[in-house]
Design a protein. Structure first.
Length: 193
């Protein structure tokens, strides 16, 4: 098994990454376990911030690293908060849900989409970035599974929120799963060659 750093301090994301990595023969070690500092996310794009986090972890640890930058875009808010999703909630998700749902109700526009940029970085500075999106709509919060905005997001093709559907379904259809599937393909090619 080769070790790979999961360059995130977000427990919700770490939990989702673990089952994805095992089948690839990659042994995950988290940035927290290695005592790595969290770099400042100074970019205004998902791929830009994913690259900052992955490169910082790869350089500091001397191991390949995988980082995700992700967020929820709300059509009624012109695509906000997007890359600023964590800052928009500032730890108070119920308040953020109310702001989002108030805007969606006012505009009668409920479409929303998650984006995930996943960056794989090597200690020598080489990077590759993969993008996954998941489209759906926002609705009153329901369910307790997952993290962040999961209770208000209903993916297309379903009638329940990510927080109601739970990991078994979310991990097959989410923005993170879609970005990860592209990364996994490159790892399989690498293992075959
Ligand atoms: P960052 O990528 O660490 O800057 O933060 C991404 C933020 O977007 C998280 O803190 C959540 O608020 C939100 N987010 C990203 N992915 C998900 C998800 O799968 N479910 C719910 N919220 C998410």
């Amino acid at each position: 098994m080769s070790r790979i750093v999961i360059a995130t301090h977000n427990p919700g994301k770490i939990k989702e990454f673990l089952p994805l990595l095992a089948p690839l023969g990659l042994e995950p070690v988290s940035a927290g376990e290695l005592g790595l500092a969290e770099p400042e996310e100074t970019s205004d794009t998902f791929p830009g911030n994913a690259r900052i986090k992955a490169l910082a972890a790869a350089r500091a640890s001397g191991l390949p690293a995988l980082a995700d930058d992700s967020g929820l875009s709300i059509a009624a808010l012109g695509g906000a908060p997007g890359v600023y999703s964590a800052r928009y909630a500032a730890g108070d998700y119920p308040a953020a849900f109310t702001r989002i749902l108030t805007a969606a109700e006012a505009a009668q526009e409920f479409r929303a989409w998650f984006t995930c940029a996943l960056c794989y970085a090597q200690p020598d500075g080489t990077t590759a970035t993969y993008i996954g999106e998941a489209h759906g709509r926002v609705a009153a919060p329901q369910g307790t599974a997952g993290f962040g905005y999961d209770p208000i997001f209903i993916p297309d093709g379903y009638e329940q929120s990510y927080a109601e559907l739970g990991a078994e379904i979310k991990d097959g259809i989410s923005h993170r799963a879609r970005a990860f599937a592209q990364f996994a393909e490159t790892q399989k090619t690498f293992q075959r060659s």
